[in-house]
Design a protein around this ligand. Structure first.
Ligand code: F2R
Ligand code: MG
Ligand code: MG
Length: 344
């Protein structure tokens, strides 16, 4: 039987690698997919997953590239590691900026690119001010906070208040709208709850209840709480993917994507009709991509939660070979665990 420490190591790695894999494997579907006559996106993604191993043999060395989701998540992780688990706004902002300026081609959001260069500028007095000026002062509610936040959720269960605070504050560097940063809080807490859940006694209803408790504390408008309640009902009725998208969304905005990722994780604990894949990580990412729309980000967020729950052993070996950025994610996961075990 695995020790508690090795189990945690596996789950830290599973979460960051799950996020990278969801991003890399979801990205080819982000801009829409040409379907064969009578085919569905779900059946296409199932075929893609089943052939992934065969493709590696044929196309030696082929990698699926990561996008902005991973580029920003690794900056979050690098900053937390450098600052020994503490949040340093300047340090994280500078890393976002440098990462973007080094590789601007990673498919960043349409508006965030206007402020990323300024986040590395030491002359900017208030580092939160560039984000606050966006959308006529309303700030962004894009899902860019949620897509990068998994490293913040990787800490002890006793530190939930810190998860909430760092998720909110670090997201405000780019997304000052309440819907943007509260979406990131929800995703970070989902990762943390999955990390500490007992897979044997796990109860999806209890998981949603825990998220409802957090959102009840942090949100003023009830948007996420209302959607969580609807999601709890949906888990009892097994809706079609079209119905899931109708209720929870598949767009690049936080309140219309993050709950779809949480739902994908919870739904795929059980087998799903149309996805004949035994492996639960594979099922989760396949399901998340089948929701269409913002496929890289929904799959990445679902992968981060599912990976924290199942651990690295459940991540298919082929993914490790074909997804760009997996090795760095493994290393950062180990470093974050060391910080937590050192008494974060
Ligand atoms: N950008 C994309 N996908 C587009 C296609 C990319 C293509 N594959 C390529 O390579 O070119 N994906 C990435 O963007 C999403 C994360 O975006 P983020 O970081 O939140 O950016 P931003 O610019 O802040 O928000 C995104 C859009 O949301 C709408 N929006 C946000 N706040 C709004 C507000 N207050 N009012 C109205 N609209 C608002 C805007 O349309 C923003 O452009 C991820 O999917 C990532 O993968
Ligand atoms: Mg992306
Ligand atoms: Mg995306």
């Amino acid at each position: 039987m695995a020790s508690a420490a090795s189990r945690l190591k596996s789950r830290f790695r599973g979460s960051l690698v799950g996020a990278v894999a969801g991003d890399c494997l979801g990205a080819p579907y982000e801009c829409g997919t040409q379907l064969p006559e009578g085919g569905t996106l779900m059946s296409e993604v199932v075929k893609f997953m089943q052939n992934l191993g065969k493709n590696i043999d044929k196309e030696k060395g082929r990698k699926f590239a990561f996008t902005d989701d991973t580029a920003m998540a690794r900056s979050v992780a690098a900053s937390l590691i450098h600052c020994k688990g503490k949040y340093d706004a300047r340090d994280m902002a500078r890393r976002f900026s440098e990462e973007y300026l080094n590789e601007p081609f990673r498919g960043y959001g349409g508006n965030v690119i206007e402020i990323l260069p300024a986040l590395g500028d030491p002359c900017v007095k208030d580092i939160y001010s560039p984000a606050e000026s966006q959308f006529n002062g309303k700030g962004s509610f894009g899902n860019g906070g949620g897509m990068r936040i998994a490293p913040v959720g990787l800490c002890s269960a006793e530190n939930l208040d810190r998860v909430i605070e760092i998720a909110r504050e670090s997201t405000k560097l780019t997304h000052s709208n309440e819907l943007g940063y509260n979406g990131a809080v929800l995703q970070a807490c989902a990762v943390n709850f999955a990390l500490h859940a007992d897979p044997v006694t796990f109860n999806p209803d209890g998981f949603v209840e825990s998220l409802l408790k957090v959102m009840g504390r942090v949100e003023s408008d009830g948007v996420y709480s209302d959607k969580l309640k609807r999601m709890r009902e949906m888990l009892k009725t097994d809706p079609t993917t079209d119905d899931v998208v109708e209720e929870l969304g598949n767009e690049v905005i936080a309140h219309l994507s993050i709950l779809s990722a949480v739902y994908s994780f919870l739904r795929c604990i059980q087998p799903v009709q149309g996805i004949p894949l035994e492996n639960a990580m594979e099922r989760t990412i396949t399901y998340a991509i089948s929701l269409d729309g913002d496929t890289d980000t929904i799959a990445s967020m679902a992968g981060a939660i599912a990976g924290a729950f199942y651990g690295i052993e459940e991540v298919p070996k082929e993914w490790m070979g074909v997804c760009e950025g997996v090795d760095d994610a493994m290393e950062q996961a180990d470093q974050l665990l060391d910080i937590m075990l050192g008494g974060d």
